[in-house]
Design a protein around this ligand. Structure first.
Ligand SMILES: Cc1cc2nc3c(=O)[nH]c(=O)nc-3n(C[C@H](O)[C@H](O)[C@H](O)COP(=O)(O)OP(=O)(O)OC[C@H]3O[C@@H](n4cnc5c(N)ncnc54)[C@H](O)[C@@H]3O)c2cc1C
Length: 411
């Protein structure tokens, strides 16, 4: 999480928002002194657009809007209506997300709704994503109630942590406030925080303690711990030397496609589209060079997201299915995103601002075979008490999931 505030715009390098749907996250934010800093997303963000045939169409979100929507055709709606009568797939445990959606809702629903959703969350390939491990909540619903539609009419299982109203949130000066608040709190508790360490090595000592060896500010150091939690991204595990009996083979090989996050600013009067929603996602058959974009100045319409009479749009490019685009030189990337937005949103002028973050390895793909990663980590942890691994490649990709998993690990 990193935020740049410049020239009247606020650009996020990573996540733009987090979902606040759990009382444990509210309590944590309170303990970090962030409650008064929370920004709730504007109510307009309930509307989401799907890019189809070069234009953004609102995704239906109610029975009434289904009847008049331009994303899902009448035969698709009929196919969706059959979902409660479709039996449980024999392959549910090891199915790709694409196979799951095709089985329950049909191909068109995969192409024009669920596949776009995958673009937005994983920047991945629905044919490769492991349904059960990549979408554990949806899996639990289907495992419990078989039908996604019938589940809508059932009372969810009691969960004391679920907040009555879920909110999409950020903070007044962007998402970076969250790690900054952690740093402040931990330092006040007497914790030592060191950044820019190198030559990391973890050793298991004979007395069952663990030691961590590293270089910081040009000097070699060593610290002893009874527990070590490794939270570096899976693609950075190679930068740490582990004892020989910790073979992290599958975990180190998780696919991380590149993603570019580009914030573009425009004069409000240059953008034909009202930008009256959360953002837009490309449907799978769409021939566009962008994965989608967030209408950031609509999402959080505070004066530091874009200057007066201007708007900001955060474009995402790359991902598993279009990885070459994420490696374009900056000028070409801006030109590509601007060209696509011009066609889709009816933009008349040039961008007034840009800020690019290129993630060479962005989001870990929870693909078919990911069960080997989980098994590998569980084996290592049970055979080596005191060492644990946590991060977005295990138990959920979202900021909220990472926070909850971290809290569960700590208690
Ligand atoms: C472009 C983008 C947009 C996203 N948008 C959203 C969104 O809007 N909402 C949402 O919920 N999620 C979003 N996500 C996903 C979410 O942000 C991440 O999954 C989550 O923040 C990952 O948390 P983490 O702690 O696992 O890893 P990270 O946040 O990557 O933290 C890992 C830390 O390890 C450090 N590190 C790396 N190597 C070493 C080393 N060798 N030694 C010591 N430290 C090291 C890094 O500096 C970093 O601080 C987005 C992700 C990306 C890439």
């Amino acid at each position: 999480m990193k935020t740049t505030i410049k020239d009247g715009y606020l650009a996020e390098h990573g996540p733009n928002s987090a979902m606040l749907n759990d009382a444990r996250i509210s309590k944590l934010l309170d303990e970090l002194g962030l409650t008064g800093r929370i920004l709730k997303a504007d109510h307009a963000s309930a509307k989401r657009f799907i890019i189809k045939n070069g234009k953004p169409f609102p995704m239906p979100y109610s029975i009434g809007s289904l009847l008049f929507n331009k994303v899902l055709t009448f035969p698709t709606l009929l196919r969706i209506a059959c979902e409660p009568f479709i039996g449980r797939s024999a392959e549910l445990e090891d199915q790709s997300f694409a196979d799951f959606v095709r089985h329950r809702l049909g191909k068109t629903m995969l192409d024009y709704a669920a596949g776009a959703f995958v673009n937005g969350i994983y920047a991945g390939d629905p044919e490769k994503l492991h349904f059960k491990l990549a979408f554990p909540r949806m899996y639990k619903v289907v495992d419990r109630n078989r039908s996604l539609i019938l589940n809508q009419f059932k009372k969810p299982p009691a969960d004391p942590n679920r907040l009555k109203k879920k909110e999409i949130i950020s903070f007044q000066n962007g998402m970076q406030e969250l790690p900054a608040a952690f740093e402040k709190k931990l330092t006040s508790m007497g914790c030592e925080i060191l950044t820019e360490v190198s030559n990391s090595e973890i050793k298991r000592n004979s007395n069952k303690c663990w030691s961590y060896h590293f270089t910081h500010d040009g000097n070699d150091h060593q610290r002893e711990f009874d527990k070590i939690i490794v939270t570096v991204p899976a693609h950075r595990l190679d930068t740490i030397q582990f004892p020989e009996n910790l073979p992290l083979v599958h975990t180190k090989n998780i696919e991380h496609p590149p993603v570019a996050s580009l914030l573009l600013g425009y004069r409000r009067s240059d953008v034909e589209h009202p930008l009256d929603g959360f953002g837009m996602l490309a449907s799978l058959p769409e021939k566009t060079d962008i994965l989608g974009s967030l209408f950031t100045s609509t999402l959080f319409p505070d004066d530091n997201r874009a200057p007066a009479d201007h708007v900001s749009i955060n474009v995402m490019l790359g991902g598993s299915r279009n990885s070459d685009i994420a490696s374009l030189p900056e000028a070409e990337m801006i030109a590509t995103a601007h060209r696509e937005l011009t066609k889709i949103l009816g933009i008349k002028g040039e961008p007034t601002f840009h800020h690019l973050t290129s993630w060479k390895k962005a989001i870990p793909q929870v693909n078919l075979g990911h069960e080997q990663v989980i098994a590998e980590l569980e084996k290592i942890e049970s055979e080596n008490p005191g060492i644990q691994f946590a991060g977005n490649y295990r138990g959920g990709i979202s900021v909220g999931d990472c926070l909850i998993n971290g809290m569960n690990l700590a208690i």
